[in-house]
Design a protein around this ligand. Structure first.
Ligand SMILES: [Zn+2]
Length: 184
């Protein structure tokens, strides 16, 4: 019996990325579709995120709120999943991130967590350690609503570390509807 196989190195459909380079709205829609996967809860925003190598236009990881065990956030899940795929803990993800890594997140990364967990802003800054530059840009769909922790100073802090925050307009209403499903 003979099993037909493609030539070595032939590209599989899984690696095909239908999103054109720098199509920020399309990437934000992908992040929004991730947010849809997150379980609705009164105490969380449902957020989705996509970690992208902007140099090669490759999706490195996707994530959403509460995807991984624990009280996990979308950006955190992206970083953890990409680190795990290289057998590294999240703290060392910077060692394997490509040079022009960016992250799309439906909502501004958190700068403070009432649970005491490390905020996503700190995780994104930490990802610059030990590698080729880490995450250089954060594309965000909406600012974090001030419901739980007050004003988010995360953007200022990211800027201080040379990480650019860029608002991708156009999906705010859908993002907020998904984010607050499960809230009173
Ligand atoms: Zn967060």
């Amino acid at each position: 019996m003979c099993i037909q196989q493609g030539p070595p190195g032939s590209s599989s459909d899984e690696s095909f990325n239908p999103i054109a380079p720098l199509d920020h709205e399309a990437y934000m829609r992908l992040a929004l579709s991730e947010a849809h996967e997150s379980p609705p809860k009164p105490s969380n925003f449902r957020v989705g995120a996509v970690l992208v190598d902007e140099g090669s236009n490759k999706v490195l990881a996707t994530g959403y709120t509460l995807e991984l065990p624990g009280n996990t956030h979308a950006e955190q899940c992206c970083l953890q999943k990409f680190a795990q795929s290289h057998d590294l803990p999240e703290e060392r993800v910077g060692e394997v991130l490509p040079e022009n890594t960016v992250i799309y997140t439906t909502m501004e990364p958190c700068g403070l967590r009432l649970s005491g967990n490390l905020p996503c802003v700190e995780r994104i800054i930490r990802a610059r350690e030990g590698g080729k530059g880490g995450i250089s840009k954060v594309y965000l769909g909406v600012k974090e609503p001030e419901k739980f922790v007050g004003e988010n100073k995360g953007r200022t802090k990211l800027g201080e570390h040379g990480i650019e925050c860029i608002h991708v307009p156009g999906l705010e209403e859908q993002i907020l509807n998904v984010a607050t499903a499960g809230h009173e």
